[in-house]
Each structure stands twice: as structure tokens, then as C-alpha cells.
Design a protein around this ligand. Structure first.
Ligand code: NDP
Length: 311
């Protein structure tokens, strides 16, 4: 049983568009054989739940299951490590075409090669998100290579936490430039073509710190609150153009993010919190979930914490 329904065989028709996120192996409750169960969505947007996929195939009706991620052109900033890298891999496994951006070329090249070796498609461009010009060039490159941008994931971010009295002004400016201006420049770079096509999806990575402020995370939290405010404003301005927006707010995730903390009064407390951190692919799956919903469904906001994280 899957939830409150058993997998069933549904007549396959040309109407069936794509399989949902949770296509997976289950035991058939009738004979305990291993079957593939999928959620399918039809062209009139109704769901065929618990579709017994391999029985249908055995019955001679082949179905080319297409995910709503397949062939989407997805531009990811901060793709050289952590959440961005994990998201690139997750989306590539669902046949997205990827445009990878960050400053470290060696990492981008390695990721591109890995994706290509697994049969995926990816291009990359060394990009500093704090440069409006470089972000415009990134979008132009994506449009030149792939002809469209379906999804932008504004993921690049830095988190050099410190107490205000320490006056780490350079760190404040860096967070404002990367976490806020980078997101705005990303939006600016993709909006014209998305508005023209009346289609698109902008996913901004905020944080639990975009909901809750802690001592020492003041400036970082300020930037992440700003990401949520910008995302909500974007939603209100562009919903009429069928542009979807999603805010992703992770809790503690194992990445390189905490490496930038230089305030040694704070570091031990942060390290303690990160002992319970989850892996970046958990966030990647949440992002994939938002993208693969039908185009009339906008998953506007998600918070993903480690189960054991209180704050
Ligand atoms: P990482 O440090 O692993 O990744 C950060 C990415 O941002 C890197 O790819 C880095 O690439 C890129 N980046 C930083 N500065 C710039 C810049 N100026 N231009 C272009 N790219 C840049 O950390 P995460 O994967 O954890 O971070 C991803 C996002 O998730 C961030 O927005 C972060 O705030 C958010 N987040 C993370 C949490 C966590 O616990 N890990 C919790 C909540 C939110 P490069 O250095 O090559 O340019």
C-alpha cells in the first residue's frame, strides 16, 4: 500500500504527461512482487495515483515517463560546492540541462565532466554574482547555448558570522554583496526572457536565518530576511506572467559554508550546531520537488531543517 491507496493499472493514453517525483519500487500488496509505482499527471492536470508502471509496460503499452524537470534549462549560482553542486547532480539525474556558475573554475569543470560522464548536459561559466555585468553575461551565455532559461537557482551565499561590536565591516559588505545583490542581479538577468516567454521559475536560497535571528548572525540573517522579502515582492510582481517563485530555507547542512567564519568566539557554538547537520542532497531533493510540480503549481516556500535542530 502507498499511503491510503494500492497501486493500480491504469489504461495508458497519449494524455499522460509525466511521472511524479516519487516514482519508486514497492511490494505489490496482491502478490508481494516488486513493482514500480509512479504518480502520473494527465494533460487535464488530474493525477493518476499509484500507477503500476511495469505491469502497464508488460501489457504492451510502453510509456516514456517524462519528468517535469527533463529538458528544463536550469542556471545555478554557487554550483561549485555544497547545495549548488548537489542540486546540479540531482537535477541532472532527472535530465535537466544545466548552466553552472561560481568563481572556482576547477570545481565547475570537474562537476561538468562528472555530469557529462553520466550522460547529462552541463555548461559552465566562471561568474562572480556580485558583478551585475557578469550575471548578465551568464544569462546571455545560457540563452546562446540552450535558447531559454527555465529556472534560475540563486544559491550562491556566504556566512562569515560575527558579533556586531567586532566591526567586521568587510564581512558585512561581502554578505550584502553576495547574498542580496547577487540575488537581485540574478533576477535582473533572467526576468526579461522569462517575461517574454511568460514562463519561468526563480528559486532563491534563503535560510532558517531568514526566519529567526540569533546573536552573531545579525548581518547574515538581515541578508536572508532580505532574500525572502525580495522573493515575495517578485512573486507579487510576476505571478501574472506565469513566473513561479520559490524560497528555500535550509537549516544546518554539511557544506563549506562555515569555513568563512573567522570570529573564534562564535565558531565553537556553530560547530556544535553543525554536528547534527544534514547532507546537501536533502536540499537538492526539495528544490527538485518545487521544479517538477505542474506549471500552475508554485511551491512558494520551504523550510528544511535537520529533524534534531531546535532553532
Ligand atoms: P558552500 O560554501 O558550500 O557554497 C557556497 C557557494 O557560493 C559556492 O559554490 C561558492 O562558489 C559560491 N559563491 C560564494 N561567493 C560567490 C560569488 N561572489 N560569486 C559566485 N559564487 C559565489 O555553502 P552552501 O552550499 O551551504 O551554500 C549555498 C546557499 O545555502 C547559500 O546561499 C547559503 O547561505 C545557504 N544556506 C546554507 C546553509 C548551510 O547550513 N549550509 C543553511 C542555510 C542556508 P565559489 O567560491 O567557487 O565562487
Amino acid at each position: 500500500m502507498i499511503g491510503d491507496f494500492a497501486p493500480k493499472i491504469v489504461e495508458l493514453t497519449d494524455d499522460i504527461l509525466f511521472g511524479d517525483v516519487w516514482e519508486r519500487k514497492e511490494l505489490d500488496p496482491r502478490d508481494r512482487s516488486l513493482i514500480t509505482v509512479a504518480n502520473l499527471i494527465t494533460s487535464d492536470n488530474t493525477k493518476q495515483l499509484g500507477f503500476h508502471l511495469n505491469k502497464a509496460k508488460e501489457n504492451g503499452r510502453m510509456l516514456n515517463i517524462m519528468s517535469n524537470i527533463q529538458d528544463k534549462v536550469v542556471m545555478i549560482t554557487g554550483a561549485s560546492s555544497g547545495i549548488g553542486e548537489a542540486t546540479a547532480k540531482e537535477l541532472s539525474s532527472k535530465s535537466a540541462k544545466l548552466v553552472l556558475a561560481a568563481r572556482r573554475e576547477d570545481r565547475l569543470k570537474k562537476l561538468q565532466e562528472e555530469i557529462q560522464n553520466n550522460g547529462g548536459q552541463a555548461i559552465y561559466k566562471v561568474t562572480d554574482v556580485t558583478s551585475h555585468e557578469q550575471m548578465e553575461e551568464l544569462a546571455e551565455y545560457a540563452l546562446k547555448e540552450f535558447g531559454k532559461i527555465d529556472v534560475l537557482i540563486n544559491n550562491a551565499g556566504v556566512m562569515p558570522h560575527s558579533f556586531l561590536y567586532k566591526k567586521k565591516i568587510d564581512d558585512w559588505n561581502k554578505m550584502i554583496d553576495v547574498n542580496i545583490k547577487g540575488v537581485l542581479y540574478g533576477i535582473a538577468a533572467v526576468l526579461p526572457s522569462m517575461r517574454e516567454r511568460k514562463e519561468g521559475h526563480i528559486i532563491n536560497v534563503s535560510s532558517v536565518a531568514g526566519h529567526v535571528v540569533g546573536a552573531g548572525s545579525t548581518v547574515y540573517a538581515g541578508t536572508k530576511f532580505a532574500v525572502r522579502a525580495i522573493s515575495e515582492g517578485l512573486r507579487k510582481e510576476e505571478y501574472g506572467n506565469d513566473i513561479r517563485t520559490t524560497i528555500i530555507s535550509p537549516g544546518a547542512v554539511h557544506t563549506e559554508l562555515t569555513n568563512s567564519i573567522t570570529d573564534m568566539d562564535l565558531k565553537p557554538g556553530i560547530d556544535e550546531i553543525y554536528k547534527g547537520a544534514i547532507e546537501a542532497d536533502s536540499i537538492a531533493r526539495a528544490i527538485a520537488f518545487a521544479i517538477e510540480q505542474p506549471s500552475d503549481v508554485a511551491v512558494n516556500e520551504m523550510i528544511i531543517r535537520p529533524t534534531q535542530q531546535e532553532r
